[in-house]
Design a protein around this ligand. Sequence first.
Ligand code: GTP
Ligand code: IMP
Ligand code: MG
Length: 337
Amino acid sequence: MTATIVVGGFWGDEGKGKIIAHIAYSDKPVIITRGGVGPNAGHTVEVEGKKFGVRMIPSGFVYPEAKLLIGAGVLVNPEVFLKEVELLNVRDRAKVDYRCAIIEPKHIEEDKSSEHLKGKIGSTGTGCGPANRDRVMRVAKQAKDIEELAEFLTDVPLEINDAVDRGEFVLVEGSQGFALSLYYGTYPYVTSKDTTASAIASDVGIGPTKVDDVIVVFKTFPTRVGAGPFPTEMPQEEAEKLGIIEYGTVTGRRRRIGYWDSELARYSAMVNGATQVALTGIDKLDKECYGVTEWEKLTPKAKEFIEKVEEDVRVPVTLISTGPELNQIIDLRNEKL
Ligand code: GTP
Ligand code: IMP
Ligand code: MG
């Protein structure tokens, strides 16, 4: 085993956190490393009734044996990072690449007061856009310039590539989702960076030849927070009738809900170079599937849907999530690969 990248296939919030936590427990990576934009992400992990929402620390933290590394491409808000380190008790294994660019209070203020970012685009207000701009202008501070981060600094690519060369398993997590990519998303209603698997590999410093698997996570009913096109969006009342109401992990905003988008799913799987697909929220499609852990126990409606997804994305659906808890999952990787 070498490296596996997990990315979002739609507009983020597909449940990457849960899928990553499951893979971590079953495949035991020595390193879990995070790419993606920064603390605009909110990954939710639910274990034994406890719910964690993480914005900086890799969401695989629930698996206690792995080092938790934040790649150089990720923006770091030192306050959020240090708070999570304490809250999750991961001081001994959380590290930050010394080249990460830093989000300062001025970036957050600008993001929150900007008519364009907060008003038009509907940004998360976490300072990511302005901080990435400063990085492009080459005026942003880096992690190595921040005293409070000194004990956490490392060279993430060195750690990852050494592990892979030793034949150890490294799990790479993306954040946001394909349709929020600065390049391939619904521009200008997108985030401030590319979010595809290639970008995530670059964020953490691993070359494409060392990546074995790309798992793209889709949810049965895509969601979107903030403004912008959403071709399969349904009216709010319809979503309520289906019993689907979701709120953002970071902003608390209500998520817009849509129907499965075959065209977007196919394109997203293509650009990401998906080798497998993880599908979350099958319990939202059919309540009888809630908590099911075996393929045979899924309803015909759910099985048909999954088969249709496989036609759309042209790779096997190997992980099927049937609820928010870590153990509510069907893992078909041994059978299908
Ligand atoms: P971003 O990096 O912000 O894109 O986050 P994410 O992909 O980790 O997703 P997030 O945690 O923001 O949102 C997913 C939500 O769905 C969370 O509340 C999860 O607990 C929940 N969830 C995950 N899988 C399932 C599932 O199979 N069924 C149900 N009902 N909920 C799920
Ligand atoms: P920004 O990344 O905060 O600048 O926000 C730009 C757009 O991306 C807005 O529509 C946000 O709602 C969206 N966005 C950014 N990060 C996430 C995420 O982790 N999940 C879902 N939407 C996100
Ligand atoms: Mg989220």
